[in-house]
Design a protein around this ligand. Structure first.
Ligand code: ASP
Length: 348
């Protein structure tokens, strides 16, 4: 860890995990591969002008975020816990591919967070002339440092990308090419950066009353069933009988609808009787599950399939891992799944 200290300056911890932001083209293979944080810093001398005290915790080796794993989320939560009292904010440089998963997971792992944790990255490596990395990093740092009345303006886990700040557990990578790689369909941006950074304070989480609590356990015994017209019973049975699975994310059509074919309903019934938790989220990018709105979801509701409301796939997955990781009764898990814990869902 490298540290530069100035008296009374805002203190930011940059955690560099990897991602395109710090990649160069490998001459032999022609593929992008990660480089160290030093090369990133050399390409962005402007950050010194911000006048903050920076420390850098760099992963060695840096990773492509497609290799992300729940153990790394715990590691990130531990790094934040260890440094929490020494810094005003945290910026995590991360590949865009799984950034929304990491942001969602951290939001659950860090209860009563009172400081900004801003994830960012880029679509083009920092060394490229047209890179989007510089703007993303500089503004993410400014947001992590922003305070009013002695308190952080954004006490949440967020993603900053292409002039927009989103709640982490509401975000999704939706475009593999555009600089505007993320959106948050079911919740407004928390800030937009133009000439100034305009914060939408009415949408930002309130400061917590309790002290930071960091959870250290995640359970990834989860299966995902994305339905489609023409799906077969063996496929559905295989997913629902995934060894050790404790929960299944059921990705349905529209507002939570699925085929009413008796074999399908029977498969779900048997799975629920075996104790599996089944959460229904929509395959649509925006909108919410509303069980019972159409005939095609009435039976799901009767069976005990839970509503994921308007949660993203990423948030649902992270929330299940988080809840299954705690020693909670099935009843409590079911209750908390349908409750907003960190602003991840809109109920009612
Ligand atoms: N594959 C890269 C990663 O997620 C893509 C990116 O950084 O944008 O690490």
């Amino acid at each position: 860890m490298t540290t530069v200290r100035r008296p009374k300056a805002t203190r930011i911890l940059i955690i560099y995990t990897g991602g395109t932001v710090g990649m160069v083209m490998d001459n032999e293979s022609g593929a992008l591969k990660p480089i160290g944080f030093k090369e990133i810093r050399d390409n962005i001398p402007e950050i010194v002008k911000l006048g903050y005290d920076f420390s850098v915790h760099a992963f060695n080796p840096p990773m492509d975020s497609s290799n992300m794993h729940p153990d790394v989320w715990i590691e990130l939560a531990n790094i934040i816990e260890k440094n929490y009292n020494d810094y005003d904010g945290f910026v995590i440089l991360h590949g865009s591919d799984t950034m929304a998963f990491t942001a969602s997971a951290l939001s659950f792992l860090l209860e009563n967070l009172d400081k900004p944790v801003i994830l960012t990255g880029s679509q083009l490596p920092i060394g490229e002339i047209r890179t989007d990395a510089k703007e993303n990093i500089i503004t993410a740092l400014e947001i992590a440092a922003a305070r009013k009345g002695g308190k952080a303006i954004v006490p949440e886990v967020c993603i900053y990308f292409d002039y927009q700040l989103f709640r982490g557990n509401r975000s999704k990578k939706y475009n593999a090419e555009k600089f505007e790689a993320f959106y948050s369909m079911n919740y407004p941006p928390l800030a937009e950066a133009g000439i100034t950074i305009k914060y939408q304070r009415q949408f930002i989480l309130k400061h917590p009353e309790g002290k930071l609590k960091v959870y250290k356990k995640l359970n990834s015994n989860i299966a995902v069933l994305k339905i489609f017209p023409g799906m077969t019973e063996p496929m559905v049975e295989a997913v629902l009988n995934t060894p050790d699975a404790r929960a299944v994310i059921l990705e349905t059509f529209g507002s939570g609808n699925a085929t009413t074919a008796p074999w399908f309903i029977d498969c779900l019934r048997r799975a629920i009787q075996r104790g599996l938790i089944i959460v229904n989220i929509t395959q649509c990018d925006g909108g919410a599950v509303e069980l019972g709105r159409y005939e095609t979801s009435v039976q799901l509701k009767e069976l005990g399939v839970l509503s994921g409301h308007d949660m993203t796939y990423e948030a649902t997955l992270a929330k299940l891992m988080f809840l299954l990781g705690q020693s909670l009764s099935r009843k409590k898990i079911v209750e908390l799944l349908e409750t907003s814990l960190r602003g991840e869902l809109t109920s009612g």
